[in-house]
Design a protein around this ligand. Structure first.
Ligand code: HEM
Length: 100
């Protein structure tokens, strides 16, 4: 959240993670899994799981935020949403290959 490395840190901006943007930041400006001998044992697994889950869900559904529901970030060691992140899901039509 340090604005020196993350301008406008409260804004959701996935563009922060393009290869160019990443290359322009010091390596340790982003440490979601900690550092050193006690860093997260599951970091690689977590990244693969996240990509798989997102790939499956985004292929099957469109996600739209529920209007009137604010997402309020709370810090609980890692960042959470105080009252969840409410979304409307609309099924996407299957392709000729099915959903997978
Ligand atoms: C997005 C998902 C995850 C995040 C953001 C995350 C983040 C973290 C962080 C910040 C730490 C503390 C590192 C430190 O003290 O410097 C940690 C520790 C740990 N994480 Fe994760 N983690 C994730 C998923 C997982 C998964 C999937 C596993 C196991 C399958 C896992 C296993 C562990 C273990 C065993 C430790 C303790 C390591 C130690 O104390 O030696 N984590 N994690």
């Amino acid at each position: 959240m340090n604005p020196r490395y993350w301008p406008d840190p409260e804004t959701f901006n996935p563009g922060r993670f393009t290869p160019d943007q990443v290359a322009g930041r010091p390596r340790y400006a982003y440490i979601p899994f900690g550092l050193g001998p006690r860093s997260c044992e599951g970091a690689s697994l977590a990244m693969v799981e996240a990509e798989l889950v997102l790939a499956i869900l985004l292929r099957r559904f469109r996600f739209q935020p529920v209007s009137g529901h604010d997402v309020v970030p709370v810090e609980r060691f890692v960042l959470w949403a105080a009252d969840g992140i409410r979304m409307h899901l609309t099924p996407r039509p299957a392709t000729r290959f099915g959903h997978f």
